[in-house]
Design a protein around this ligand. Structure first.
Ligand code: GTP
Ligand code: MG
Length: 335
């Protein structure tokens, strides 16, 4: 199940209570106060986990509370602090306050950690109240409550490149050819129903992340097909890769496909189609592809058109090299 929105409640752990106790020992009369402090409650932290690609963990379980601090004890023993609670979120999760809608943080860096709800302070034991004026204090504090928040997660995938194209153009096949991901491939439209991110590691150990986005069709902006719902997952990619069925095997012209895709992107978000782009002319093994690629090159002189056969991974290296160069030259757009 792919989930890109969730609302949850987080609560820092309650601090442990301070203790009221007096030293009792043989031959030590009036031993004095020895009540220890309570431990602090655990914090709730958000941690980016690159293995996660969905917010599915937060659909059924919506309440998260960190551990309570231990109560203080006699003989000056302080309570143990409560354990922090780490909530894993996928890279690209935007965190908002559920009531005001205000953005609290954007989990956009690998390994990023954010303290979302602080645990309560532990209460003071009666030992802390010892003074020259009060040699036998009975005062001691209860632990404080932890911070409590209702927050909203929205996942907007972050990847170096985003594959956009019509259903069946071969986006998932291409992702399989150039990365470690294994999205489902099938000869019917809308095989991919949610974004999948794959990673390619180059020989110099640099990495390229590529997001496969569900197929777009004409009128997606009017909610035709899967609509625009998934386009938010290419908003934060540096390069757009238009994957076209260069053989026109479904009776459409690749050039028209490209122009319609560009129009849909622009309708979703102004300026999106101006992002650095590459055109992948896929299915070069089929007849008519060679002829169509010439038309594409002629009509789109400013764009790099790369012929690829995704099934046999032909020319995948050239595409990867080109993506690497473009990603190197362009920073991730900021939002
Ligand atoms: N002959 C040929 N067929 C290909 C090529 N690339 C993909 N296909 C076939 O095209 C069909 C669709 O491929 P997918 O990778 O599932 O296409 P997609 O763009 O991910 O489709 P959706 O997930 O539905 O949007 C499959 O039957 C693939 O085997 C290619 O280079 N040559
Ligand atoms: Mg697919």
């Amino acid at each position: 199940m792919f989930v890109d929105k969730a609302t949850i409640k987080v609560k820092g752990g309650i601090g442990g209570n301070g203790c009221c106790s007096f030293r009792k020992e043989k031959y030590v009369p009036k031993g004095g106060p020895d009540g220890g402090n309570g431990g602090r409650g655990g914090d709730v932290m958000l941690v980016v986990h690159e293995g996660e690609q969905s917010l599915v963990d937060y659909v059924f379980n919506r309440h998260f509370e960190a551990e309570k601090g231990e109560n203080g004890k006699g003989k000056d023993r302080h309570g143990k602090a409560g354990r922090d609670l780490e909530l894993k979120v996928p890279l690209g999760t935007i965190v908002r306050d559920a009531s005001s809608g205000e953005t609290i943080c954007d989990m956009s860096q690998p390994g990023q950690v954010f303290l979302i709800a602080k645990g309560g302070r532990g209460g003071k034991g009666n030992r802390c109240y010892l003074s020259n004026w009060n040699r036998a204090p009975l005062d001691h504090e209860p632990g404080q409550k932890g911070e409590e928040k209702e927050i909203e997660f929205e996942l907007k995938t972050i990847a170096d490149a985003g594959l956009v194209g019509y259903p069946n153009a071969g986006k998932s096949t291409l992702l399989r050819a150039i990365s470690d991901a294994h999205p489902k491939v099938a000869p019917y439209p809308f095989t991919t129903l949610h974004p999948v991110v794959g990673v390619h590691e180059f020989d110099d150990f640099s990495r390229l992340t590529v997001a496969d986005i569900p197929g777009l069709i004409d009128g997606a902006h009017m909610n035709v097909g899967l609509g625009h719902e998934f386009l938010k997952h290419i908003e934060r990619t540096r390069v757009l890769v238009y994957v076209l069925d260069a053989a026109g095997s479904e009776g459409r012209s690749p050039l028209d496909d490209f122009l319609c895709l560009q129009k849909e992107l622009e309708m979703y978000m102004k300026g999106l189609s101006k992002r650095p782009s590459i055109v992948v002319a896929n299915k070069m093994d089929l007849p008519d592809a060679a002829e169509n690629i010439e038309i594409l090159r002629k009509k789109l002189p400013d764009l790099r058109v790369i012929p690829v056969c995704a099934v046999s991974a032909d020319n995948a290296q050239e595409l990867l090299g080109e993506l690497k160069t473009i990603c190197h030259d362009h920073k991730t757009p900021s939002f």
